[in-house]
Design a binder for this molecule. Sequence first.
Ligand SMILES: Cc1ncc(COP(=O)(O)O)c(C=O)c1O
Length: 364
Amino acid sequence: MADDPISRLVPFGARNASPTPDPDRPVDLRSDTVTRPTAGMRAEMAAAEVGDDVYAEDPTVNALEAEVAALFGHEAALFAPTGSMANQIAIQLLVPPGEELLCDADAHVVTYEIGAAAAIGGVSTRTWSPAGADLDPEVVAAMIRPDGYHAVPTRAIAVEQTHNRGGGGVIPLATLGELRRVADDAGIGLHCDGARIWHAHVADGVPLASYGELFDTLSVCLSKGLGAPVGSLVVGSAERIARARVIRKRMGGGMRQAGILAAAGRYALRHHVRRLAEDHARAARLADALAPFGVLAGPVRTNIVPLDLTKCGIEAAELAAAARDRGVLVSVLGPRAARLVTHHDLDDAGVELAVTVLTQIFRR
Ligand SMILES: Cc1ncc(COP(=O)(O)O)c(C=O)c1O
C-alpha cells in the first residue's frame, strides 16, 4: 500500500495523536462510534474555513468531497450527517419508488435504518439469507426480477464492506467483481455500504479505487473507526451526486457551516486510516484470548469480535452486566449474541483489562 492515495493526504511529519487515558472511563468495546475527537482533530475543526454548504460555498466541505471522490476514483462525493442518510440517499438514487433493492437480511440498510428505504424512498427490499461477507453472487443473480408489470422489478443490489453484523468480515475483491458482472448482465445498480470500507482496505490491502470502480454508489463513514465525531459521504458520478444534493436537502440533511465537521473528517483521513491495523491486531488479541472458551461466532478479520454464547451457558445480557461491573462495556446483539469492537480510543492496556475481565467471567 506504499502508493496508497491516503499516503498523499498525510503531510510530512504528521503524527497520530493518541487519546489521553482517562481512569474514570470504562473500556468501551460496544462500538467504534464511541470515539472522541483528539486534540489535533479539534484544533483543525476550530481553525476550519467555513461557508454555507447549502450554497456549496464551504471550502472545507468542498475539499473533503473532492478528496473522498478522488480516493475512490469517482467524479464526485457529497457530505452527509450520517451513514444512514448517505445509504438512503444512494438507495433513492438507484431505485425508484415501488421498485426493488436486494441485500442480505443482516444488512445495516434493512436492519438498523428504521425502515427508511420503504418509509422515505418508497423502495421495496428483498433479502438473501444473512451470510455476512460470505456472499454468493449466483444466489443474488437468481433473485433478480426483470422489468415489467408482473413483479416488482429489481433495480439495485447493496452489499456491506466490512459487514457489521457479519462480524467485520471482508468480502473478497474477486467476489465483488463477480457481483458487478451480475449487476451489469441485469442492467441494475450496485451500492456499497462502506461505513467501514477503510478496514477492508487495510485488512486486504485493496486500493480504495479498486473498490470504487466496482460500485455505482458508495457510502463511507468518517465517524466509525476513523474517529471523527460526525459525517459520511455518498460517492458516485457527477450526475448522481447532483441529484444526491437535492435528495439530501429534501431529507433535511443540508447543513450550513459544516466545514467544522468536514475538517474532522479530513484530519481523520490523514491520520486515522493506516492505524486501523492496530485496531485489527487488538481485535485479534481479544479473539485469541476468548477462542478457548468456544465463544467466537466466526473468524475475526478486522475490528469486530462477534460472540456466540450458546455453548457457554451465559446470556449476553448477563455477560454485559458482569463486564460492566468490572469496567468493560460490551454490546448485546441478541439473547446469546454479543460483540466487542476495537477502535481509536482503546489501547493495549484496555485490551488486556478486557481479556482479564472476560476470561474471568467465561471461566466461572
Ligand atoms: C455498516 C453500517 N452502515 C451504516 C451505518 C450508519 O451509520 P450512522 O450511525 O452514522 O447512521 C452503520 C452504523 O454503525 C454501520 O455499521
